[in-house]
Design a binder for this molecule. Structure first.
Ligand SMILES: *Cc1c(COP(=O)(O)O)cnc(C)c1O
Length: 392
């Protein structure tokens, strides 16, 4: 558990907290100062040394990024690919599967729009079937319904760990325990849980996991990674290859790499990579279990305070709720709430129906405001936010 001195130190490490009350951590977190510093230093080296020469100089640090990420999620570094964002990571895995007519994809109601759009887009080429796992009374996937749905046609179970529009933490481990018994691929969208929740790919039992750098990891924008388990790497064929993911060995011959880097391209934002490594190392140092504990506490506090405000309705679902706090305000649009709070120096964001179409439609919601807390936020900030909101 973090002490109050720890929180003071984390805030001293975060220039942004002197300027805004930042409750948009599910959009993009404020980075710690060491992350910004490393990115700037790297860019300055590129300016004076040259891009390739800087890469050579920082080779070990760049390579070390794989090990840092692997440690954070309990994977092997050969199972990590560095890519631009979570969408690229997710699709690198999804598009590498040999989809056939009749294949079934089991999905969750709170799946992220881009994921669901990819299922629909795939259906234009291949006759795959999308089946939605029903929810239980807490609004989370009903694990009891899974065994009946898992027949031979099911090629993939695709789960959004924490949806973009509610605090819900899906029981990824519970789903994994059932899916493990079946020969299908388990793809976990961990975009909102990486850096927030203690992810352990062994315990979860997922085959693929996608993540972004800028959200709860507090890394630079334009960074992300894919975890692809050694158990299934040889069954996956990248949708495209280049001279980094494959080697041209003869006029009509080539060899694709065997590790997860077969999902990378040669070119990438190396300043972003060293920034991402710095962000992950920061988390490894302070402890992901401590972070999760702090977020659970601040999230619960925020929900409690919001529930006391007339006209505010909390919209979170699920048994375990994390840092994303969703609500609506009677008589105000989400955009009005966001703009008003922004004028008071408070950053929140909002989601429309199209971001998580099934879930929002099921619940009759058009939009929700998101106030998303991270471990470096404080109860005082939450109080100021709630006071401002009550005066809207
Ligand atoms: C933000 C988000 C994504 C997409 O991440 P990008 O880095 O923008 O590609 C995917 N899934 C969930 C649940 C998200 O919240």
């Amino acid at each position: 558990m973090f002490s109050s001195e720890d929180i003071i130190r984390f805030r001293e490490d975060t220039e942004g907290v002197n300027h805004v009350i930042h409750l948009n951590n599910a959009g993009a977190s404020l980075p710690p100062n060491p992350v910004r510093r490393r990115v700037v230093e790297y860019l300055e080296e590129e300016m004076t040394l040259g891009g390739y020469e800087t890469h050579t100089k920082y080779f070990e640090e760049i390579e070390g990024t794989y090990g840092s990420i692997a440690r954070l999620i309990n994977a092997d570094e050969s199972e990590i690919a560095l890519v631009e964002n979570a969408t690229v990571a997710w699709n690198a895995g999804f598009q590498a599967i040999d989809w056939k007519d009749g294949d079934v994809i089991l999905v969750t109601t709170a799946d992220y729009a881009s994921n669901y759009l990819s299922y629909l887009h795939l259906q234009r080429k291949v006759n795959v079937k999308i089946e939605v796992i029903p929810n239980d009374e807490f609004g989370q996937p009903d694990i009891g319904a899974l065994p009946l749905m898992l027949n031979e046609q099911v090629k993939m179970v695709s789960v959004t760990h924490m949806p973009t529009n509610s605090g819900l933490l899906v029981d990824a481990e519970g789903i994994g325990a059932v899916v493990r018994e079946h020969p299908c691929i388990y793809l976990l969208d961990a975009c909102q849980t990486v850096g927030q929740y203690p992810l352990d790919v062994e315990r979860i039992g997922c085959d693929l996991l996608s993540a972004t750098g800028r959200k709860y990891l507090r890394g630079p924008r334009g960074t992300g990674f894919l975890f692809a388990s050694n158990n299934i790497l040889d069954q996956l064929t990248p949708a495209w290859i280049d001279l980094h993911s494959a080697e041209w060995t003869g006029k009509n011959e080539y060899i694709i790499r065997s590790d997860a880097r077969k999902f990378e391209n040669w070119e990438g934002n190396r300043a972003g990579t060293v920034g991402l490594k710095t962000a992950v190392d920061y988390i490894l140092e302070i402890g992901i279990n401590n972070i999760w504990e702090r977020i659970l506490e601040l999230g619960a506090y925020t929900r409690k305070r919001l529930a006391e405000i007339d006209g505010v309705t909390l919209r979170d679902i699920g048994k375990v709720k994390g840092g994303i706090v969703s609500f609506t305000v009677a008589g105000k649009t989400a955009e009005e709430v966001k703009v008003y709070l922004h004028s008071k120096g408070i950053n929140v964001s909002w989601n429309g129906r199209a971001n998580t179409f099934l879930d929002m439609s099921d619940r009759g919601l058009d939009e929700i405001v998101r106030a998303c807390v991270h471990y470096y936020n404080t109860k005082e900030e939450v109080n100021i936010f709630c006071k401002a909101l009550s005066e809207i």
